[in-house]
Design a protein around this ligand. Sequence first.
Ligand SMILES: *Cc1c(COP(=O)(O)O)cnc(C)c1O
Length: 350
Amino acid sequence: MTRLTRADLEALPAYVPGRAVPGAIKLASNEVPYGPLPGVVEALTEAALQTHRYPDMGVVALRDALAERYGVPAERLVTGCGSVAIAEHLIRAACLPGDEVVYAWRSFEAYPIITASAGATSVRVPNTPTHGHDLPAMAAAVTDRTRVIFVCNPNNPTGTALRRAELDAFLDAVPANVLVVIDEAYREFVTDGDVPDAIDTYADRPNVAVLRTLSKAWGLAGLRVGYLVASPEVATAVRKVVTPFSTSMPAQAAALAALRADAEMARRAALVVSERGRLLDELRTLRPDVPESEANFVWLPLGDGAVPFGAACEAAGVIVRPFAGDGVRVTVGTPEENDAFLAAAAKALS
Ligand SMILES: *Cc1c(COP(=O)(O)O)cnc(C)c1O
């Protein structure tokens, strides 16, 4: 048969989304369970009347709002169709085929896919025995071909977080010509004061880029808005490869409305954090090796038991996210949803 597409893509795993089963409780995709923030539906309704028009390609109002919130110039901000898309644009802006992208493993499952789709080569550095990034090993994995390092903080799917001193030492060790992308999709759920906010702490380093998203704490997963804070040079390069108009007009309007509801976002994040603590306490009575989490999910390192555990939860009407042979990620839901999960977990693990 005549080949019409790249042979190397055949080996590429497809992204596995959290399963949605009608009627079941979905704790599989790290969404916040409380619905859109106040003002978002109204902003979308108004935006709906303008959908025959192209969106603002410069995303000026949203970038200005983000710039003001984080105290960085708008020229350093790039928005996109979810932070995953921006991560892909970053790779495209930084890597030529054969260049290397270093990341921890296990980490976010989009990293191997976006690396391969750019024709770059993945270099995976195994996590520590306590499920966190092994930063000294990641720094040591840098070669002449390394262009990008992903640091996922807190890490999806293990929930572990890196502290200031170890990140400082890592960034000092990485060569200035390697771009370190700190993915902070879960930043709003971080409560440990020693886990640095990368925008405040590191964004002035020219080779650091910080990814954030409106998909998780801000409740806009379905609309697809993420953003990048980077040096002006990196931001300009990324803007060149971004698909034009990829932050849609409803997405821009909804993101602006969500940012205005930041107090309610923080209140909901605090509810999630409180439930996270309860889940961790209860799960540790069953499995003492459940790691601390700074995100809106918890990790059960069940090894070969991961898939059977996922099936047992599903049979009890709760969808979680098993990673075969490794562990299970469970999103923090409402108190009632978490109770249903805990009941299923107690049954499956006892
Ligand atoms: C969920 C998640 C994102 C967000 O992706 P969007 O494309 O913004 O929805 C980014 N990085 C990590 C590690 C995530 O878990």
